[in-house]
Design a protein around this ligand. Structure first.
Ligand code: NAD
Length: 497
């Protein structure tokens, strides 16, 4: 391999122009790179390796060799556990570097990058590291003249394809359970956000993950993502991204009869009943739509408010939302940073304009914010939005909240369930019976009562309808990286009976 080099750590702000394949950094097969951009300034901050399909082949070959010779799958669960727990510790030690990487790539406010992204990603390695020694099969009671049991086995080479909005968390939510189960991985981060995967490669190496077990290829999603999904030696696809791309990936994987875990788009409904504790509800509403500058698959972007408190809630939001600190990601007080790219900024702007043209009322926001040439958009509340507006039926993926009134519980549920998506939903009420009743009828994979975005490594999330069917976090995610094999051993009748 003449184009490889042994690695030094990626610096806090500059990406590497190389791919991590077989435990070494190497330039792409044709030497191509692309620009990495800082969303807070629109400036180019470095070059990223642009993989070709030849690099996909090389990365899959490295992962296949690492799986086949048992250097990882052949370790005991306890040994894998020790390494994953060490990785969790190293991630915590390298919090600042990982947080700076996340912030530079996504424009994520640094305090969130440190306290949520890195902390939660390390939790995932700890959670699945702790489960790795417990991948037990079961003895099955059967009338067969046999002793029957099941084995839990890794699937093989996993293609992990992740989106731009939570690069480290949503990579770790695949990589940690996949590794705990004994699989090897080719990871393709989103083109906009390669940095944390580059740091993670070195963290995993330093923790003792053998060469070739975790590989990172960066580059154009449609071309190398598709090549990865199609590759005959990829045994499973773990995909998080938009429903549009998820549908393409699922179609390809389906034709090839490969298992695919799909975590797709969302446009969460947050229902506020008149009996809600308004302080708690308002916190959930504002946090729910500004978190990660609204670039959150589980964003509470659709507020559905019981009519007697509709204008009161709008009044509070009109006062409070503009106070949420918007600014440079590097500043400790910042809650809302820039959007990830100019394309995303233009999309958000267009969707707000379309909603207003269709009769929505701007309560607050509704415009770009001029700061350092970055992609900033003011947190925006749109009232009286018609249910067929694109801002309701599609993902805006920016700090935009649509607000609609309702009169009955049944109407609230119908509105909440009226989009193609079904990822997250919320119920703000002090009536416990109503909380259970409504949660049961909402079409979403996770429901938050009196809060928003209560997420943890132990609690599974995932979608229904166009939001996909995979589950991440919890023991449920670990199961998806395992196959069950049954063994029956005949018991011959006694010959001297
Ligand atoms: P995207 O769908 O544009 O891209 C996701 C990933 O797929 C990227 O790595 C991309 O390069 C790759 N890709 C693109 N075309 C491909 C192809 N033809 N074959 C294989 N891979 C391909 O999504 P994005 O803009 O990066 O992320 C935002 C989207 O992700 C939103 O829709 C959001 O709701 C969704 N999301 C879902 C969850 C969840 O848990 N359900 C979590 C975060 C984000």
């Amino acid at each position: 391999m003449d184009n490889e080099s042994t690695g030094h750590a990626a610096t806090a702000l500059a990406p590497r122009a190389e791919l991590w394949i077989g435990g070494a950094w190497r330039t792409s097969a044709n030497g191509d790179t692309y620009d990495a951009e800082d969303p807070a300034t629109g400036q180019v901050i470095g070059q990223v390796g642009a993989a070709t399909t030849a690099d996909v082949d090389a990365a899959v070959a490295a992962a296949t060799a690492a799986f086949d010779d048992g250097r990882w799958s052949g370790l005991s669960g306890r040994d894998r556990s020790r390494i994953l727990l060490r990785a969790a510790g190293l991630m915590r030690e390298r919090t600042e570097e990982l947080a700076q990487a996340e912030s530079a790539d996504v424009g994520k406010p640094i305090m969130f990058a440190r306290n949520i992204d890195v902390a939660n990603a390390a939790d995932l390695f700890e959670f699945y590291g702790t489960l790795a020694p417990h991948l037990d099969g079961a003895v099955r009671n059967t009338p067969l003249p046999a002793f029957a049991y099941t084995l839990k086995e890794p699937r093989g080479v996993v293609a992990a394809i992740s989106p731009f909005n939570f690069p480290l968390i949503l990579s770790s939510s695949k990589i940690a359970p996949a590794l705990a189960a004994g699989n090897t991985i080719v990871h393709k981060p989103a083109p906009q956000t390669p940095l944390s995967a580059q740091v993670l490669a070195e963290v995993l190496r330093d923790a003792g993950v053998p060469d070739g077990v975790y590989n990172v290829i960066t580059g154009p999603g449609a071309e190398i993502g598709d090549a990865l999904v199609r590759h005959p030696d990829v045994d499973m696809v773990a995909f998080t991204g938009s429903s549009t791309v998820g549908s393409i990936v699922a179609k390809t994987a389906g034709e090839l009869l490969k298992p695919v875990a799909a975590e797709l788009g969302g446009n969460g409904a947050n229902i506020v009943f008149a009996d809600a504790d308004l302080d708690v509800a308002i916190q959930a509403v504002i946090g729910g739509f500004v978190f990660n500058t609204g670039q959150f698959c589980m964003s509470g972007a659709r507020l559905i408010v019981e009519r007697p408190i509709y204008e009161t809630v709008l009044g509070i939001l009109g006062q409070a939302v503009g106070q949420v600190p918007l600014g440079r990601p590097s500043e400790a007080a910042t809650v809302i940073g820039p959007l990830v790219s100019n394309a995303q900024l233009e999309r958000v702007e267009r969707m707000v304009q379309d909603a207003v043209a269709a009769g929505a009322r701007i309560v607050t926001g509704g415009s770009r914010v001029d700061l350092d040439g970055g992609y900033y958009y003011a947190p925006t509340v749109l009232a009286d939005v018609s249910n067929d507006a694109a801002a309701v039926q599609q993902e805006v993926f920016g700090p935009v909240l649509t607000v609609q009134p309702f009169d009955t519980e049944a109407e609230a549920i119908a509105l909440a369930n009226s989009t193609p998506f079904g990822l997250a939903a919320g119920v703000q009420t002090q009536d416990v019976s109503r909380a259970h009743r409504v949660s049961a009828r909402l079409e979403a994979g996770i429901i938050w009562v009196n809060g928003w975005a209560m997420l943890d490594a132990a609690v599974p999330f995932g979608g229904v309808k166009a939001s996909g069917w995979g589950r991440e976090n919890g023991v449920e995610a670990l199961e998806s990286y395992l196959r069950t094999k049954s063994v029956t051993i005949s018991i011959a009748p006694a010959t001297d009976a």
